[in-house]
Design a protein around this ligand. Structure first.
Ligand SMILES: Nc1ncnc2c1ncn2[C@@H]1O[C@H](COP(=O)(O)OP(=O)(O)OP(=O)(O)O)[C@@H](O)[C@H]1O
Length: 263
């Protein structure tokens, strides 16, 4: 354990599907606790693979340290106590109510699960935070897509992780709920959680992210504050678009795409 490290450090991360290497020797300056980090990039860039690797859902080579403790090779229950992952897919446990699904997520897979009373209290607080309290007793198969996505987020939040990994958490949400969720993520970061979210919407990243990691072909091609990473050159290089970027007087950010290129 390296005592002074805070957040997540990745060094020489390598991930394969079969014989194909999808992430090749990926290293990053530490992903800091108290920061909201967005991972962006084109389809197939390796963003989900990166998150799944961080979550311990696939074999990796290299080193991943969270607060100085090595995650690669750590016991799944130890990792689960500190890392929570929200997948792209919506929750499948359709026989459960919202509350049951969140309680299950709170107590499963961790070495020292909270008591039922503690789990109920945490679940109630999490549902309240996400505006889901009135849906607590509704079965998942009676929810809208957006409500199921919020439930999936609640399942990750209720674990109170040090590292929260979210793979496209906003895809089913309306404009209000997109910003409401990002506001919750910002609060969690302020409380000391390292939050890493894959997002396609760079406008939302501009409003909320402290740091943007741009990926392409399994590699990090830019990493830093949005104004330094999302530039016309980067958009051409990473997304193959000709685009201009506008920062408006009120700070709002917009991208105007004027053409498509091929690689
Ligand atoms: N289970 C798998 N088996 C083999 N190859 C895979 C598997 N999952 C993903 N890949 C490949 O790995 C690469 C990275 O995929 P990944 O899902 O990480 O991309 P992504 O950046 O998350 O894309 P998207 O934005 O479309 O969700 C792609 O070329 C994809 O075809």
């Amino acid at each position: 354990m390296r005592e002074r490290e805070n957040g997540l450090a990745a060094e020489g991360l390598r991930v394969r599907y079969g014989r194909r290497i999808v992430l090749a020797d990926l290293s990053l300056p530490p992903i800091e606790a108290s920061r909201l980090t967005v991972v962006a990039g084109p389809n197939g860039a390796g963003k989900s693979t990166f998150l799944r690797a961080l979550a311990g859902l696939m074999p990796v080579e290299g080193s991943l340290r969270l607060d100085g403790c090595e995650l690669v090779g750590a016991r799944p229950a130890d990792r689960a106590a500190r890392v929570a992952y929200m997948p792209q897919t919506l929750p499948q446990d359709l026989g459960f109510t919202v509350l049951e699904a969140v309680l299950h997520a709170c107590r499963s897979g961790v070495a020292r699960p909270p008591t039922i009373d503690e789990a109920v209290s945490r679940a109630a607080a999490t549902l309240g935070r996400l505006g889901l309290a009135t849906l607590a007793d509704v079965p998942l198969d009676r929810l809208s897509g957006g409500q199921r996505q919020l439930t999936s987020l609640a399942q990750a939040l209720v674990r109170r992780p040090r590292l929260l990994l979210l793979d496209e958490p906003l895809t089913a949400l309306d404009l209000h709920h997109q910003h409401a969720v990002l506001s919750v993520l910002r609060s969690l970061a302020t409380e000391g959680v390292a939050v890493v979210a894959v997002l396609h919407d760079l406008g939302l990243a501009a409003s909320w992210a402290d740091r943007v990691i741009l990926m392409r072909d399994g590699a990090v091609v830019a990493d830093g504050p949005l104004d330094a990473t999302v530039t016309p050159t980067a958009l051409a290089d990473v997304y193959c678009v000709t685009a201009s970027i506008h920062r408006h007087a009120d700070g709002a950010f917009s991208i105007a795409v004027s053409g498509l290129a091929t690689r």
